[in-house]
Design a protein around this ligand. Sequence first.
Ligand SMILES: C[S@@+](CC[C@H](N)C(=O)[O-])C[C@H]1O[C@@H](n2cnc3c(N)ncnc32)[C@H](O)[C@@H]1O
Length: 503
Amino acid sequence: MTNLTYDEIPYESLAYADTHPNKLATLATLFGLTPPAVKTSRILELGCGDGTNLIAIAQTLPQAQCWGVDASIKQIQAGQNQAKQLGLFNINFTQLHLSEIDESLGIFDYIVAHGLYSWITPALQDTLLRLCQQLLAPQGIVYISYNVYPGWHMENVVRDLMRYHTQQLPQVPFEISMKQAKGIINFIAHLRQQGNTAFDLLLQEKMQLFKIATDNYLYHDFLELDNHPVYFHQFIQNATQHQLAYVTDIEFRHYLMLSFPDQVVEALEELFQGDFFRQEQYLDFFYNRTLRRSLLCHQTVPVQRNLHWENITQCYIANASQPVNSNFFQTRAGETITVKQPLTQLAMAYLAAHYPRSLPFEELFQYAYQQHSTTEPNLPTLRANFAQELLHLYCLEAIEFHIELPAFVTTLNSYPTASPLARYMVSQGQQPVINLRCEFIYLDEVATALLPHLNGQKDKSTLLIVLKNLVKQRKIKLAPQEDIKLVLEKTLFELLQNALLMA
Ligand SMILES: C[S@@+](CC[C@H](N)C(=O)[O-])C[C@H]1O[C@@H](n2cnc3c(N)ncnc32)[C@H](O)[C@@H]1O
């Protein structure tokens, strides 16, 4: 198969919650930086595809200025059309090749390049890093995702086989090439289905992936010419040459080695020799990592390599974990975690009961302190211990930190307003929809029918009439014993919990 462009085979872009500048600024703050205010920031997405991710971000930050750039005119036009339909005035899409971009675009507080670095030539990877350096505000943050070795050595076996196999074929239509490319993997996976080597497991995993992934996605991951993974140390070397410094990765939990026994940590530390970058690279080998999502800043900005509890005192805190009892909580991922201190237990219980509401650190501390009649005379020690445990819980992915208040509301307005993007997606028959956290959410039948009516013009009594009409018109079905008023309350509550309602 000849190499096909993104105009010929567009990439179905998604929304990536972890690229939201609020997330980037929060992580940067935890590592001792003072990133620019998110609300009024200038945001650039390079290789933005059809703009889905940037549109999801733009609707949560009406005072920010978002700029999406991509080489594919077809995808840029899709983004422009959607922004127009949504009436978003804080977003601009421009068709540009990376090599055509210059400082005329201005300076940006946050630069996002998701799924771009690995899919361009090494020369263009340099261009990308040079642009990030040139266009980044002094305290700004860059997000770059990229495929890494050693994990991609295994992935490349699958990719090489799919590419080799399709190269043996005569020129055939795209769909047939894709069928053949998936077919060769499925064929070998079936022949080896009794096996349990790492390769067998990889083949099984790919068979599952082929069932759900679109051909366009699979083409760009496994068949297109440019897919250039690098080792982390190579990426850092390249970033350093462009005067960019590493801050952290989006996922850093496993790299803190919190769950390793002390003697294992000691043995590993001998390998690391106190060198942070050596440690990260060894742990990439340890985890056979395939993907990194790294944050960078200017080299002139100091980065704290160790997390300090003082930095979390600037954050809002939310807790999506559920209490099992007063000192055990179950995270969203199903992991049970222990909360040791009584003050933290009180705070966690309060936040869990009010999720997704987040409280500023000081308010949360005051709440817990007043609830708990402690005899500890040393308030600063109590506060430091409280912050330290919250930081530990954040590292375990049990709680959320936000440096700025997220865009969704946590109490119901008299005239509820749903996210315009989600309303638009429902009107186009799309499921799942994107919420104000930039996550994908499946809506049930009632929520799907109700969402387009949540335009800030209808109060609850009007919405009740809307719901009754929808039942009459058989657009939604309720069980005979169901109280329609309760159904409305429950649906609005679920939309609120799912971050779909805004001020
Ligand atoms: C794998 S897709 C990722 C799209 C999107 N960022 C996402 O993650 O869903 C890579 C995108 O980068 C764009 N791209 C590739 N090379 C480029 C270049 N040299 N200049 C600008 N955009 C480029 C493609 O058009 C495509 O939309």
